[in-house]
Design a protein around this ligand. Structure first.
Ligand code: DLL
Length: 433
C-alpha cells in the first residue's frame, strides 16, 4: 500500500517528539502574542512563552473548550488578521451559537495534505473516481474530502449530500470507485442501490471513507457486506481542522493521528489529569502547525485510548481506538450509564433486524423510560404476530442483559424510520432537566 508522506507517517518516536516540541514552542509564542484570550489565560497561570520548552510542558497549559470558542464568537480567537484568512467554516450549532473556524492559505494546504494521507491510506489514488456525498458548505466534510481528493490527483465528484437517486445513477454512470459520506448515509445508499435495479457487479465501487459520527464494528461489517467494499473510518472535528485529524489504514485496527500537526493527549474528564499511555479517557488536541485558529489542549469530549505501537502498515503515527462515544452522548437512565453504541452493537448481531433504529428517552412520573424503535427485515415482518412478539421479547431480553436496563421495544415496518443524509440522530431525549 502506498504511503503519502513517508517522512512524517513513519517517523521514529524521538524524531516525532523533537518535531512536536519545536512546533509547540512556535505555537505557544504565536498564541501568546496574537490571541488576547490565550495571553490572559497564560498570565493567570503564571506562564510566559519561555515556560514551554518541550511537549513535556504541555500539561502546564490551560484547556480550551467549545464554550471558550462560543464566548469569543465569531473571530476573537483567530491568531492572524482577517486579511490572512481565506476560508471560514462553522459547526451547525444545534445548541447556542455556532463555532466558527478560520483557515489561512497555509492551513488549507495542511488540510489538503492530511486529507491526501487519509485517502491514500484508504487505498485511493489518481486513478480513482471519488464521489463526495458529505455536505458541502459550512460543514467541513465536503470541502475537506474535496481538496484531499484533488491533491492525490483523483477525479472528484462534488455531489454533496442528499438526492439519493441521483447519487446512485452517477455512481453507476461515472464508475465511482470511492464513496465518501457518513456511515448512516452509506446504509441509505445501499438500500437505494438495491431499489434502483442496478446490479452490484455493474458498479465499480471498492472503498468507502466514512466518519463524522460514531459507528460500531458491527455497522462496519453490515456496510462492507451490503456494498461489497472495504469501509475505512476517518475522524476529525471542525475546531481542529475538519476531517483529516485521524484515519484508518487497511489493517482497520485504530486510526492514525496526524500527530505532526495535532498533538493528542488522553485525560480523565472529571479530574482533568493526563492519563497514562493506553488508558481510556477524553481525547484532547493541541494544534501545532495551524495559523488561523491555533487551539491549545482542546477538549473534544470524544472517548478513546491511544496505541503507540508500530502498525502492520508501516506507519508509526500513534493510533486512536475507534471512537464509539462522547462524554456528552452518554445517557444516564435511572442511574445507569448507557452509550447508544452499546445498543447498536447488540442489535446488529441479530439477522432479523435492520440497522435502522431510534432510542426515545422520556420521564414519566419522575421515572426515566427508554424505548427502542427498530425496523424488522422484510421477510420477518411478514411473519405471524406471535412470531413478531417473540422476536420483540428476544431483543428486549438481549438488550436488558447487555445493558442492565429495562426498556420497551417497538418493532416497526421496514423503511419507516427516517433515513439520514448526514449525521444521524439516533437518540430523542424528551426529558426536561
Ligand atoms: O464531523 C468532521 C468530519 C467530516 C469527520 C467528515 C469525518 C468525516 P464536526 O461536525 O465538527 O466535524 O463534528 C466533530 O463528530 O468530535 C466526533 O464526536 C464526531 N466524529 C467525527 N468523526 C468521527 C468518527 C466533523 N470517525 C465530531 N467516529 C467529533 C466517531 C466521529 N465520531
Amino acid at each position: 500500500m502506498e504511503i503519502w508522506n513517508r517522512h512524517f507517517e513513519c517517523m521514529d518516536r524521538d524524531g516525532m517528539s523533537n518535531h512536536q516540541s519545536l512546533k509547540l514552542r512556535e505555537t505557544v509564542e504565536r498564541i501568546y502574542f496574537n490571541v488576547p484570550y490565550y495571553r490572559n489565560r497564560m498570565q493567570e497561570a503564571g506562564l510566559g512563552p519561555e515556560s514551554i520548552n518541550s511537549i513535556d510542558d504541555l500539561s502546564k497549559l490551560p484547556f480550551t473548550t467549545k464554550q471558550d470558542l462560543r464566548d469569543n464568537y465569531p473571530f476573537s480567537m483567530f491568531a492572524v488578521p482577517m486579511s490572512e484568512i481565506v476560508r471560514v467554516h462553522a459547526s451547525s450549532g444545534t445548541t447556542g451559537k455556532p463555532t466558527v473556524v478560520g483557515y489561512t492559505r497555509n492551513d488549507i494546504s495542511t488540510w489538503s495534505e492530511v486529507m491526501a494521507r487519509t485517502l491514500t491510506s484508504a487505498g485511493a489514488n489518481r486513478n480513482d473516481f471519488i464521489q463526495i456525498a458529505y455536505g458541502y458548505g459550512l460543514f467541513t466534510g465536503g470541502l475537506g474530502l474535496h481538496y484531499g481528493g484533488e491533491k492525490i490527483g483523483a477525479s472528484v465528484i462534488p455531489i454533496s449530500g442528499g438526492n439519493t437517486v441521483r447519487q446512485v445513477q452517477l455512481m453507476h454512470d461515472f464508475g465511482t470507485t470511492v464513496i465518501a459520506c457518513t456511515p448512516s448515509y452509506a446504509l441509505f445508499l445501499a438500500e437505494a442501490i438495491e431499489e434502483s435495479g442496478i446490479r452490484r457487479e455493474d458498479l465499480k465501487l471498492r472503498v468507502g471513507v466514512f466518519g463524522a459520527e460514531p459507528w460500531t464494528e458491527n455497522m462496519r461489517r453490515e456496510i462492507e457486506e451490503k456494498l461489497s467494499i472495504i469501509a475505512i473510518d476517518i475522524y476529525g472535528l471542525s475546531e481542529i481542522i475538519g476531517p483529516g485529524v485521524a484515519f484508518e489504514c487497511h489493517a482497520q485496527n485504530g486510526l492514525h493521528i496526524n500527530e505532526d500537526h495535532f498533538l493528542p493527549e488522553i485525560i480523565d474528564p472529571e479530574t482533568l489529569q493526563v492519563l497514562p499511555e493506553g488508558s481510556p479517557g477524553e481525547l484532547v488536541f493541541t494544534t501545532i502547525t495551524k495559523e488561523g485558529l491555533p487551539l491549545i489542549r482542546y477538549r473534544t469530549r470524544d472517548l478513546t485510548r491511544l496505541n503507540f505501537e508500530k502498525c502492520s502498515c508501516g506507519r508509526t503515527l500513534v493510533r486512536m481506538e475507534k471512537c464509539l462515544g462522547r462524554s456528552d452522548d452518554m445517557l444516564i437512565i435511572r442511574g445507569v450509564n448507557l452509550f447508544p453504541s452499546q445498543i447498536e452493537s447488540v442489535l446488529l448481531e441479530m439477522k432479523e433486524i435492520k440497522p435502522h433504529y431510534v432510542l426515545i428517552v422520556d420521564r414519566v412520573n419522575n421515572l426515566d423510560s427508554l424505548e427502542l424503535k427498530v425496523e424488522v427485515e422484510e421477510e420477518y415482518f411478514q411473519d405471524r404476530i406471535s412470531e413478531l412478539q417473540s422476536l420483540r421479547d428476544k431483543i428486549r431480553n438481549t438488550l436488558e442483559s447487555a445493558t442492565g436496563l429495562g426498556l420497551k421495544v417497538t418493532l416497526v415496518e421496514p423503511k419507516t424510520i427516517e433515513r439520514s443524509e448526514g449525521k444521524s440522530k439516533r437518540v430523542i431525549d424528551n426529558r426536561k432537566y
